[in-house]
Ligand binder design. Structure first.
Ligand SMILES: CC(C)(COP(=O)(O)OP(=O)(O)OC[C@H]1O[C@@H](n2cnc3c(N)ncnc32)[C@H](O)[C@@H]1OP(=O)(O)O)[C@@H](O)C(=O)NCCC(=O)NCCS
Length: 205
């Protein structure tokens, strides 16, 4: 399948989600692999994520991708900022020539409910009451995905999800989520999006 979801975020930022139905060779011919991935499906996910970068911006310079010690991929000259995520048969990417970006895609799984006390503060569980004791899987996954997107936007690792990424409800009409990232003092706006079987969240700032 070609791209499953695509969205121009602003003049300099594009986002795409790919539903992976192609064999590895489809991607392999077009994209360089940037790390050894032994598991075949994980390898296809990795390649599909890279594939999306040039799909979104045809002049994206694959050959200039470096991978930091934190495992964040980046371009030395910062011609583009980009972020990649994959889960199951989905790969997502966001690319911007101007802003720092972060993206995460998740398939809701009950383990996120079991872990919610580790990544959500009491305040967050109250603010998003569906993520609290009763445990709404969709809400908990959305909040997890938002925090992963912030983690990637930051890119330097070493983030305490519960303390340093503080989420609160944002614009009700736009269905955004606000974030106070205490590590840098940034106020960020997260954009969550639910599809049939996946949850997506992105941040641009
Ligand atoms: C790095 C991390 C965000 C990846 O998330 P994941 O759900 O395993 O995998 P995803 O498919 O969403 O993302 C993987 C992609 O993120 C990117 N990535 C990896 N490390 C990154 C980093 N430090 N910063 C930004 N992007 C990163 C890469 O593009 C990678 O894909 P690729 O290697 O194929 O290019 C995750 O493993 C992680 O470390 N999370 C933080 C864990 C944590 O601190 N938890 C505490 C909460 S209790």
């Amino acid at each position: 399948m070609p791209v499953f979801f695509q969205m121009p975020i602003n003049d300099t930022t594009r986002l795409g989600v790919w539903k992976i139905e192609e064999p590895e060779d489809y991607f392999k011919g077009n994209v360089p692999q940037h790390r050894d991935v032994t598991h075949p499906h994980k390898r296809v996910q990795h390649l599909a994520g890279r594939f999306l970068l040039q799909y979104l911006y045809p002049d994206f310079p694959y050959e200039q991708i470096k991978v930091a010690d934190t495992r964040k991929p980046y371009l030395l000259n910062e011609k583009y900022h980009f972020s990649i995520s994959h889960c199951g048969d989905y790969a997502a990417a966001i690319v911007s020539s101007r802003y720092r970006v972060g993206i995460d895609v998740e398939i809701p799984h009950p383990k996120v409910l079991a872990l919610r006390n580790k990544f959500l503060s009491d305040r967050e569980q109250q603010l998003f009451d569906q993520a609290g004791e009763e445990g709404d899987l969709q809400m908990a996954t959305t909040l997890w995905s938002c925090k992963e997107a912030v983690f990637k936007w930051y890119g330097n690792g070493g983030v305490d999800f519960k303390k340093e990424i503080q989420l609160s409800p944002g614009d009700a009409k736009e269905e955004t989520i606000q974030c106070h990232f205490t590590k840098t003092g940034d106020q960020l706006i997260l954009h969550p999006h639910a599809f049939d079987e996946v949850v997506l969240a992105w941040v641009v700032s």
